[in-house]
Design a protein around this ligand. Structure first.
Ligand SMILES: [Zn+2]
Length: 292
């Protein structure tokens, strides 16, 4: 059985032992209830904190590898861009963590990957097979897109252009017409200054015309981005995760997607909502580190 450590940086720093594909002991920093925003923590402190968490976890048995899932564009173990944790830009995450761990006697392969890609690997390992193509939309403050198996390239599909309307400018990256600018939580708050996203979806259920119109557009945007992915990468199963997965009407979303994908070899895609906290991302980060 393979014993690895999975790490995730999403709101908190999570580190967990993963035996094969089951989650073991887990460490969280800051502790629940502790008032500290990771965005204010310098990159060096984040590495030091992860080193401490991993060294603690490794005391109970040898580990084979470490995989770290972080938000942003990550290539070759380096965080090239991370809009929501700006202090990480340029961080040599894999190398720095590897060196830090060596300092406490742990010399194992360390890999770094995008957190949504870690989630896709976690879903592949637990729901399908690690040989299958898995794509996942993570609907939160922004919109993450994860793909397994890992591919070279950028894959910032949350920023796919789904509208030609020049007024669609709510994306966190500043780009016009982006999926995240319609579907992301932050973008919805900017669009409806007087209503929270939960209230918008509730108003749509009560037939408020403005809310109904937006909820249609919200589903069409996600369907359009999915259709784009199908036209580039082929049909398949699309998972939906994250706190705002609860807003998704899978039947409506599938209907729009089928309107947008008509070529016969591209048929057969569907959506599935997957309930996960951090478990699948941690498992995926650990599993991904084994194939390094
Ligand atoms: Zn964008």
């Amino acid at each position: 059985m393979q014993r690895s450590i999975g790490v995730l940086a999403t709101g908190h720093l999570w580190a967990a032992v993963v035996d094969d594909i089951s989650l073991g002991e887990c460490r969280i920093y800051p502790a629940p209830g502790e008032d500290l925003d990771l965005k204010t923590l310098p990159a060096g402190d984040i590495i030091a904190k992860l080193r401490d968490q991993i060294c603690e976890l490794a005391k109970d048995g040898e580990i084979a590898s470490v995989g770290a899932g972080f938000p942003g564009v990550i290539r070759g173990g380096v965080i090239l861009e991370s809009p929501n944790m700006g202090q990480l830009k340029g961080l040599h995450l894999a190398d720095d963590l590897h060196q830090a761990l060596k300092g406490c006697g742990i010399d194992v392969p360390v890999c770094a990957l995008n957190d949504a890609d870690a989630l896709a690997t976690g879903i592949a390992a637990t729901h399908q097979s690690v040989d299958d193509l898995v794509r996942v939309w993570y609907l939160g403050n922004g919109v993450g897109f994860g793909r397994h198996p890992h591919n070279n390239g950028v894959w910032e599909a949350g920023h796919m252009v789904v509208s030609l309307d020049p007024k669609e400018r709510f994306c966190g990256c500043g780009g016009a017409g982006h999926l995240e600018g319609i579907v992301g939580h932050r973008a919805m708050r900017l669009r409806f200054l007087d209503m929270e996203p939960e209230e918008v979806f509730a108003a749509a259920r009560h037939n408020d015309p403005r809310a109904v119109e937006f909820v249609k557009r919200w589903h069409r945007a996600l369907a359009a981005a999915t259709a784009n992915s199908i036209h580039l990468d082929g049909p398949g199963r699309f998972y939906i995760a994250g706190p705002n997965a609860e807003f998704v009407d899978v039947r409506v979303l599938g209907g729009y997607m089928h309107e947008m994908v008509k070529m016969s070899p591209l048929q057969g895609s569907h959506f599935q909502i997957v309930n996960t906290g951090h478990d699948l991302g941690l498992i995926g980060a650990a599993v991904a580190s084994r194939s390094k």
